[in-house]
Design a protein around this ligand. Structure first.
Ligand SMILES: Nc1ncnc2c1ncn2[C@@H]1O[C@H](COP(=O)(O)OP(=O)(O)OP(=O)(O)O)[C@@H](O)[C@H]1O
Ligand code: NI
Length: 257
């Protein structure tokens, strides 16, 4: 299978208050075409930095070493067309003064060369695909008229409107309550499976990661600790740190019960 992207020896250093912060060091990682890869790790381990580096969204002050290659594209990726991005807070990615259907249609116009009529038809179709009720009416709604979970569904529709080969979800469900979280995870899985899209699912929740991903990569202090098929990694982690993460999670579950 042609990999969607290869990451070779990727290092990223930020500058803050004249100090250098190495957020990623020497990361080697491939994302297969149609693969659902989860990135897990505690806060500050470099997960978002990896996502931003892949999408070319790092601040200009960040120093980047290593390579990110897109063999199946043969050109640099374009955000929206090749990469769809879903962030934790849908309010930050949605325009508060633009109807939600228009926001989705805009992506289709920009990246799929559609006219407004085609783009609105697609927006309605996508609102139905993300399982929002009455898409014909809903496309005229503004973000503030929707719940957090509904806004995240709109953000997902906009992220896939350009039919990107890679969807990146960075803590896309962390701000939602547990039940909505499970629904959104199931939705993302269904959408990427239907479209054959590769998925980079970033979370600090190993249970959520194992629900959605074929493969899990564990990060700590900017380094890749280990990566492996979900079942194998959960059943027999190779690294002490992964075992610790799993134990911590089991501990939490037990307290809940
Ligand atoms: N713009 C920035 N300028 C300076 N340092 C930064 C910047 N963004 C992130 N960092 C630092 O880089 C490191 C990695 O941060 P990053 O946001 O990638 O971690 P993360 O795993 O996504 O964490 P979280 O789970 O909290 O989102 C941290 O030490 C963080 O403080
Ligand atoms: Ni993050």
């Amino acid at each position: 299978m042609t990999p969607a992207l290869n990451i070779h020896r990727l290092s990223v250093t930020y500058r803050r208050d004249r100090q250098e912060v190495e957020a990623l060091s020497g990361v080697d990682l491939d994302v297969g075409a149609g693969e659902k890869l989860a990135i897990i790790g505690e806060s500050g381990s470099g997960k978002s930095t990896l996502a931003l580096a892949i999408a070319g969204l790092l601040p200009a002050s960040a120093k980047i070493a290593g390579r990110i290659e897109w063999p199946s594209l043969g050109r640099p990726p374009v955000n929206g067309r090749d990469i769809g991005f879903v962030f934790q807070d849908p309010s930050a990615s949605l325009d508060p003064v633009m109807a939600v259907g228009e926001q989705i249609a805009e992506v289709a116009r920009a990246h799929r060369g559609m006219n407004w009529r085609q783009a609105y038809a697609l927006a309605e179709e996508l609102l139905a695909r993300v399982k929002l009720p009455e898409p014909a009416a809903l496309r005229k709604a503004y973000p503030h008229q929707l719940s957090g979970g509904q806004k995240q569904r709109v953000a997902i529709a906009a992220a896939i409107a350009g039919r990107p080969g890679l969807l990146i979800a960075d803590e896309a469900t962390s701000a939602l309550d547990t039940i909505v979280q499970r629904d959104i995870v199931a939705l993302i899985r269904q959408l990427v499976d239907e479209d054959g899209t590769s998925l980079l699912f970033i979370t600090h929740d190993i249970a959520l990661a194992s629900e959605i991903a074929n493969r899990i990569a564990v990060f700590r202090n900017g380094q890749l600790v280990e990566a492996g098929a979900t079942e194998a990694l959960v059943a027999s982690p190779q690294q002490a740190y992964t075992r610790l993460l799993l134990q911590a999670h089991l501990g939490l579950e037990e307290t809940v019960r």
